[in-house]
Design a protein around this ligand. Structure first.
Ligand code: SF4
Length: 286
């Protein structure tokens, strides 16, 4: 492999030893926090919490990003591959129910190196925005037990409006169809050991787009779980996007859930209709 980075569909073709591409980070790993995170799906956070590592930079950069400090401002601390492997060990020793790699795409080769040094005995979770290259996922697949991808937008114009990537769905849908081949396995206590949970954040005034996503999800509904998320909170660079300046209504959320049920989607998580707010954004450590 040459030194030019084409890890994700941005295909920047830059040398990250002396530059950065769209994700904004060089070839050093940078993280903002690691801890036992209690707010993932119940089968992921389970009893002790998910051993979550938040990576800095992002190869998607949605306008409404809640983790702006990390994704754009790159607030964090550089660590080596060996230190990352050691963090896996620390979280495992603290009793983490899994190792949860948040926004890992642009570090995927480094993550493979770290998991080659130390593969925890607990499941490894790849928690991604979904904008992934299939070839890289194939390389990662032996190291990952659980996929936690977002599926954000269906329509090209909406994807362009919110993240400047018209081809988002094209890449994310293929990536998730690949991920959904992981066998679904839970232990007797309901903890997830293997499989895929697809997350979709319902956005205000975008219910038609959510329904197109559900039509697509039907094709993988027997092999993957769906999490319909209601907690959209206006945040980030959205002044010019008027529709994003409010939370979703209960009616909008119910309409999406009812549509999912009408399509026979049974493997589904949905939330109490209460909007999470900024209190669910962790305090960053660095
Ligand atoms: S990982 Fe970063 S530098 Fe590499 S192709 Fe993606 S956005 Fe560009």
């Amino acid at each position: 492999m040459n030194n030019l980075c084409n890890l994700c569909p941005n295909n920047c073709n830059v040398n990250r030893e002396n530059g950065v591409g769209f994700c904004g980070v060089n070839d050093k790993i940078k993280i903002a926090k690691y801890y036992l995170h209690p707010f993932e799906e119940p089968c992921i956070s389970h009893k002790n919490g998910s051993g979550t590592i938040f990576f800095c930079g992002c190869s998607l950069k949605c306008v409404f990003c809640q983790n702006y400090e990390l994704s754009r401002n790159l607030r964090g601390k550089e660590i080596t591959v060996k230190e990352l492997a050691n963090i896996f060990k620390i979280l495992e020793n603290e009793g983490a129910d899994n190792i949860n790699l948040v926004t890992p795409t642009h570090y995927s080769t480094k993550i493979i190196e770290a998991l080659s040094i130390y593969k925890p005995k607990i499941p490894v979770v790849y928690n991604t925005h979904g904008y992934e290259n299939l070839e890289i996922l194939q390389e990662l697949n032996n190291f990952v037990d659980i996929y936690l991808p977002d599926i954000k937008f269906y329509d090209k114009k909406i994807a362009k409006r919110y993240c400047e990537k018209e081809n988002y769905f094209e890449y994310a849908s293929k990536a998730i169809e690949f991920m959904a081949k992981k066998p679904l396995v839970f232990n007797k206590n309901g903890k997830m050991l293997s499989g895929t949970i697809v997350r979709h954040l319902v956005l205000p005034l975008n219910i038609a787009d959510s329904k197109k996503i559900l039509d697509w999800f039907v094709g993988i509904k027997d092999n993957a779980y769906l999490n319909l998320m209601s907690q959209y909170t206006p945040f980030g660079n959205i002044e010019k996007l008027k529709e994003l300046n409010r939370k979703i209504s209960k009616r909008e959320y119910d309409s999406v859930i009812n549509y999912a049920l009408s399509l026979g989607i049974e493997k589904m998580f949905y939330q109490q209709f209460e909007s999470a707010d900024k209190k669910y954004i962790p305090k960053w450590d660095y």
